[in-house]
Write a protein that binds this ligand. Structure first.
Ligand code: ATP
Ligand code: MG
Length: 180
């Protein structure tokens, strides 16, 4: 599985629809300070279900919507789509490509879609569980994350190892079953 494409529109500094194509292997994003490199990583975490505005470097979720610049008016909606190549079947969906989309409007209304079909945030979490991808997963190591992992509580460190080992879905199912 690999990240094939990212489409960003109206998210943070990306006012216009911007399409980035990726190939298997290493991709480096370079650019001057403030040009939007970290906003790309924020877009990936956001579409994967990040719910904390602070961890996206904002105060409220509306802050992810393009707020306008000298040349452009603010926009009313932020949208990010991420396309994963799933030819290896890592994601439990019978599709070679999986498209995850998230939208948010200034009204606060928001939606998630898997392959263009509306779904719940819970469906996104369940889809990526144990896949190595996901907002809490080890696939995104931000600045200071390594130190955070080393200094974290044993239980938190264990959950990261469980995700890496691919067993967190069993703990999740056990918890879901215990709720019923
Ligand atoms: P550095 O090299 O310093 O880490 P960077 O390339 O990672 O920089 P980002 O942090 O991704 O830069 O981008 C910061 C820019 O994004 C700032 O200019 C900020 O004004 C802009 N920005 C963030 N949120 C919004 C928003 N909602 N609307 C418009 N612009 C935004
Ligand atoms: Mg940065």
């Amino acid at each position: 599985m690999y990240l094939k494409q990212l489409q960003i529109k109206g998210f943070k500094s990306f006012a216009n629809k911007t399409i980035m194509e990726f190939s298997p292997g290493i991709t480096a994003v370079v650019g001057p300070n403030g040009s939007g490199k970290s906003n790309i990583a924020d877009a990936v975490r956001w579409v994967l279900g990040e719910q904390s505005a602070r961890s996206l470097r904002g105060n409220k979720m509306e802050d992810v919507i393009f707020a306008g610049s000298k040349e452009r008016k603010p926009v009313g909606m932020a949208q990010v789509s991420l396309v994963l190549n799933n030819e290896d079947g890592n994601l439990p969906l019978d599709f070679n490509e999986v498209d995850i989309t998230r939208r948010v409007f200034r009204s606060g209304e928001s939606e998630f879609l898997i392959n263009k079909t509306p779904c719940r945030l819970k469906d996104i979490h369940e889809l990526f569980m144990d896949s190595g991808v996901g907002k809490e997963s080890f696939s995104i190591i931000g600045q200071g994350k390594v130190e955070e992992i080393l200094n974290s509580k044993p239980e938190d460190r264990r959950s990261l190892l469980e995700e890496a080992a691919g067993i967190s879905k069993y703990r999740y199912r056990q918890q879901q079953a215990a709720k019923k």
